[in-house]
Design a protein around this ligand. Structure first.
Ligand code: PXP
Length: 241
């Protein structure tokens, strides 16, 4: 099995910055540290309301990311214009509902076939690889093939939230969806709600080449970082009082 790429989603770093409308923490700095630590890609979601990642972040990330820049975005004219001007290595098309806390499910390609195909065509003409975030559903995989996507990202949120009784069933759905994608020459990505405990069975997904993880990694960064952060402030106070 080849190396499975780890895409680190740094949106939450920008969320923390925006809590104070200031300049830190900077998602761009964190992206560079993530690359040094072994990330194979950096993922950001430029939301229509710009509540965390801004154009400034995307422009800088495009200049400094040395691995792969993956832009998650809604299927809209505005976002297509941003993507074709910034030219990330990859776009992941996601549904976006105003006011949602996070992406709530996969994109319904079947009900939006023409619009999604138009978006895929434009993005691919600009040399951008296109992945589409879908629920683990074979019909959506076939629709992803029909619109010309390069990859699908399987929504792992239902599996992650399932109780012990239905976890195996959800995992089987993911594996079956991936098998159909492989048969259709689509690359297989996975993401949403993956964490340090639930990721291992997902790594057995047939044909899996990429996982995208945000919340769990940024939450972990707070835990592993707070000790040093408090110690440093304690030392300044002790040395100057
Ligand atoms: N993949 C997609 C398509 C997403 O929309 C998100 C959330 O931005 C993620 C992966 C990462 O999800 P999480 O933050 O739960 O790890």
């Amino acid at each position: 099995m080849g190396r499975i790429r780890l895409g680190v989603n740094v949106d939450h770093v920008a969320t923390l910055r925006e809590a104070r409308k200031t300049v830190e923490p900077d998602p761009v700095t964190c992206a560079l540290i993530a690359e040094i630590a072994g990330a194979d890609g950096i993922t950001v979601h430029l939301r229509i309301d710009r509540r965390h990642i801004k154009e400034r972040d995307l422009e800088l990330l495009r200049k400094v990311v040395k691995t792969r820049l993956n832009l998650e975005m809604a299927v809209s004219e505005e976002m297509i214009n941003v993507a074709t001007s910034i030219r990330p290595d990859q776009v992941t098309l996601v549904p976006e509902r105003p006011g949602e806390v996070t992406t709530e499910g996969g994109l319904d390609i079947i009900s939006n076939l023409v619009r999604v195909k138009e978006a895929v065509d434009i993005l691919k003409e600009s040399g951008i690889e296109v992945s589409i975030f879908i629920d683990p559903d074979i019909l959506q995989v076939e629709a992803a093939k029909e619109v010309g996507a390069d990859a699908i990202e399987i929504h792992t949120g239902i599996y992650a939230k399932a109780d012990e009784d239905s976890k195996m069933k959800e995992l089987e759905r993911i594996y079956k969806t991936a098998e159909v994608a492989v048969r259709n020459d689509l690359k297989v990505h996975a993401g949403h709600d993956l964490n340090y405990r639930n990721i291992v069975p997902i790594l057995k997904t047939p044909g899996l080449v990429e996982v995208n993880i945000g919340h769990a990694i940024i939450a972990r960064a707070v835990y592993v970082g707070i000790f040093e952060a408090v110690k440093e402030m304690r030392e300044i106070i002790d040395e100057n009082s």
